[in-house]
Design a protein around this ligand. Sequence first.
Ligand SMILES: Cc1cc2nc3c(=O)[nH]c(=O)nc-3n(C[C@H](O)[C@H](O)[C@H](O)COP(=O)(O)OP(=O)(O)OC[C@H]3O[C@@H](n4cnc5c(N)ncnc54)[C@H](O)[C@@H]3O)c2cc1C
Length: 496
Amino acid sequence: MTSKKVDVLVVGAGVMSATLGQLLQLLDPSLNIMMVERLSRVAGESSHALNNAGTGHAGYCELNYTLERADGQVDISRALAINTAYEISLQFWSYLVENGMLPSPEKFINPICHQSFVWGEQNVAFLRKRYDALHTHHLFEEMEYSEDHAVLQKWMPLVMAHRDPLQKVAATQVKHGTDVDFGILTRKLIKAMTQSPTFDLKLSHTVTRMKQYPDGRWHVRIRDNHTKQSKTVDAGFVFLGAGGGALPLLQKSDIPESMGYGGFPVSGQWLICKNPDVVKQHASKVYGRAPTGAPPMSVPHLDTRMIDGQPALLFGPFASITTKFLKEGSVLDLFSSLKSNNLKPMLSVARDNLDLTRYLITEAFRSHKERVASLQAFYVDAREEDWELASAGQRVQIIKGCDVKGGKLEFGTEIVAAKDGTLAALLGASPGASVSVRAMLDVIERCFKSRMKSADWQRKLKEMIPSYGESLDENQALLGFVREKTLRTLGLLKQE
Ligand SMILES: Cc1cc2nc3c(=O)[nH]c(=O)nc-3n(C[C@H](O)[C@H](O)[C@H](O)COP(=O)(O)OP(=O)(O)OC[C@H]3O[C@@H](n4cnc5c(N)ncnc54)[C@H](O)[C@@H]3O)c2cc1C
């Protein structure tokens, strides 16, 4: 029996669904939006502060966004794309702060210097080339570079303390980098939406099935986790923002666009510092270079975080092997996702990525002492007793078919949308929450095509995101205007 008819059904109460819901509610307050979440709380999976690194990814410090090409040049195109995407998030959050829909910014976003740090001749040469390629672009013009131990001692005292003075080292920094508590951000976005009578939040409810009817609408089966009763919601548009749970739901939708997709789950762990005296000595995010053979999401970094308003120091993530798609998922998730249409890509990825699998298994069995030894490359004086292991979130990397090898593993994010625009899903988790606004605008552009072109929605979008429809990569004056405004509104101008 159909119990309710809605315009929009968003599955999952993470940062993606929260952002999409908020954007749609602002564009058309009359839309009936239902959000369904299997857990009893919002932001309980990847969007929870401890389940991600909280880095406002802008390409300032992440060395895996600027790869060295075969000709020795550093390719900065991905860093430019991520930086401009993050500027869109900053503009939207600024708009919400200015209009009282998000709280005072320091509750969810804080200025934390973004630094890259490397050692060894080859890595130093790479960082210098990366700096040369980036800082001449207006998006990165505030980036600083140094190989001088005395300068680096000032930039990152904990990292430089008792370091061999003869070691060849180099670092870059951008002072207006950010740390974001995506858990708080998500909770506040959803709280703001609940003020509207057209928004309905259903916690402890799991989406179990869905079917499209000839009129194009989706009948979505939702189970109440307490009573075990199910009901059907009739939705005009469905967004599968279920994080690791998006792939199984996309498969259930049976849309032709879902065919061939598979997932490769990777779990993560942090070392968290228990010693407040050590926490106090560090005030930046320091990203290094991933060890050879390591997947891009295991780039090590030593991070100052603000979690629920309290400073913390984390090192990691240590990637590990898992068969679960969600932290609170089932060990059968990976096996249940095997379908006849994705078997070939899944098997070929398994065959071609034995090194990655071996790496993840080895990582899973590392001792505390070995993990602290990795930390000591960043912080020489690290003591085992000051750090404890905690689990981070899960990521389901995308597997898809390809002509050459039969299947390929991807580390980015992808939106899969039905041709008729009635359903969309977000797969993958990188660069993740930081680019949630750009990703959700993509969903709206693909699934609400004609309304998106209307003068009313265009005007509202420009009001919320002043650079909407223009290129910050190409328009230096516009970047200057929006960056000055967002840094000021979000309190991100770091005091010297
Ligand atoms: C170790 C790690 C570090 C990361 N670091 C960063 C970082 O520094 N910066 C950054 O920007 N991003 C980072 N990310 C990525 C970021 O955390 C994710 O991209 C983002 O949180 C994903 O949000 P989401 O809303 O898609 O998923 P989630 O937050 O996981 O939300 C999905 C929700 O859907 C619910 N759900 C699932 N299935 C169902 C169902 N059938 N019915 C109802 N509900 C369902 C889940 O319970 C969950 O609450 C990191 C991720 C990991 C794992």
